[in-house]
Design a protein around this ligand. Structure first.
Ligand code: FPP
Length: 254
């Protein structure tokens, strides 16, 4: 597809997701298939993430959340974990200008205190520098796990009840959502997971309750804009009923 054709496709898609979550999986396998070290796959994965961010900016998608490092990824060999932490640090440094130029608002979710101090500082700086931006809301999940986020919310709610800030009976889905890490973002509309695995792996479990979920065999470093556009076109045709039934059916029944 040429750039012009691709632009045309992008502009004709109706009903884009407001909030898109991506599980960028398959970097390690991609590298091994080429006889390279796993970190080379992650480095190439960063370039893909950059392309995707630029496409989302062009499409004026409101929010993009990227799963870069799960709470469970701490159990990987120290060499890979250290390599990834260094890569996150370098990536933030390298793309600060790009995010500012594109008016991207950056935020990290996940247990920040477990990250290397230097990375913590870089994340704080990036959040501060971009906090007034009104473009794409880019969230990087590093050291994030949905179950841990939910447990954190439960503890916080119990504290607030004990301090008389809220009543137990006031707890509903909306209040609970406000205690989670994604309370600043619109509803999660679409999740894409690459590399052929068909599970959510502790990614946005609460938020994905009514999301469309798209699994693709493509390894993350091979994920191209053309496939992304096809997924968006499919999404735009999907009808989400949130557990309800079609309006026409409802009318006929009445
Ligand atoms: C999955 O590949 C990917 C990760 C563990 C996270 C790393 C992701 C990136 C480096 C891309 C973007 C990063 C940023 C900072 C935007 P895997 O190692 O699980 O692959 P495998 O399943 O083939 O082993």
């Amino acid at each position: 597809m040429t750039q012009i054709e691709s632009e045309k496709n992008l502009s004709t898609i109706q009903n884009l997701p407001k909030h898109l979550g991506i599980i960028m999986d398959g970097n390690g396998r991609w590298a091994m298939l080429r006889g390279k070290r796993r970190i080379f796959g992650h480095e190439t994965g960063v370039l893909k993430a950059r392309e995707l961010v630029e496409t989302c900016v062009r499409l004026r998608i409101e929010a993009l959340t990227l799963y870069a490092f799960s709470a469970e990824n701490w159990s990987r060999p120290a060499k890979e974990v250290n390599g990834l932490m260094k890569l996150f640090e370098k990536t933030i440094e390298k793309y600060t200008g790009l995010l500012i130029d594109n008016r991207v608002r950056f935020k990290q979710v996940g247990k920040r205190t477990l990250l290397p101090k230097i990375l913590q500082r870089k994340l704080e700086q990036m959040e501060a520098i971009t906090s007034q931006n009104e473009g794409l809301k880019l969230t990087l999940a590093i050291g994030y796990g949905a179950q841990q986020d939910i447990i954190g919310a439960v503890k916080h709610i119990i504290d607030d009840i004990n301090q008389g800030k809220i009543e137990k009976d006031a707890i509903d889905e909306s209040l609970f959502s406000n205690y989670l890490s994604f309370n600043h973002l619109p509803k999660l509309d679409l999740v894409i997971r690459t590399s052929g695995e068909t599970r959510l792996s502790n990614f946005m479990l609460w938020e994905a309750a009514y999301s469309e979920i798209h699994f693709t065999e493509t390894l993350w470093p091979n994920f191209e804009e053309q496939e992304f556009i096809e997924i968006l076109e499919n999404y735009s045709k999907s009808e989400r009923r949130y557990g309800s039934i079609k309006k026409e059916v409802e009318l006929k029944k009445a």
